[in-house]
Ligand binder design. Structure first.
Ligand SMILES: [Ca+2]
Ligand SMILES: [Ca+2]
Length: 91
């Protein structure tokens, strides 16, 4: 698979779900901070680690340090707000 670093472009919800599902590298059904970081790198985040950290803080409702299946939808909604348009605004 080719990893392309692309500038901020418009992603659909399906795109994002696909990207994040693919980055569940160990297939445990949840996303760790390092899996998130790689996914944000792929979608062209300028600060993938920081973005991963912020999104995790936002969506990790049970505070276990992972985006679990139950948290995934909310997580995608929030990411979509940032990456569905441009990654410009601080949220
Ligand atoms: Ca995982
Ligand atoms: Ca969690």
């Amino acid at each position: 698979m080719i990893t392309q670093i692309r500038p901020a472009v418009t992603y659909t919800r399906d795109d994002l779900v696909g990207v994040f599902n693919r980055h569940d590298k160990n297939k445990d059904g949840r996303l760790s901070i390092s899996e998130l970081k790689e996914a944000f790198e792929q979608i062209g985040s300028r600060w993938p680690l920081m973005r991963a950290f912020l999104e995790l803080l936002h969506a990790d409702e049970n505070h276990n340090g992972f985006i679990d299946k139950e948290e995934f939808e909310k997580f995608i909604d929030h990411v979509l707000k940032n990456f569905g348009k441009k990654e410009k605004t601080m949220s």
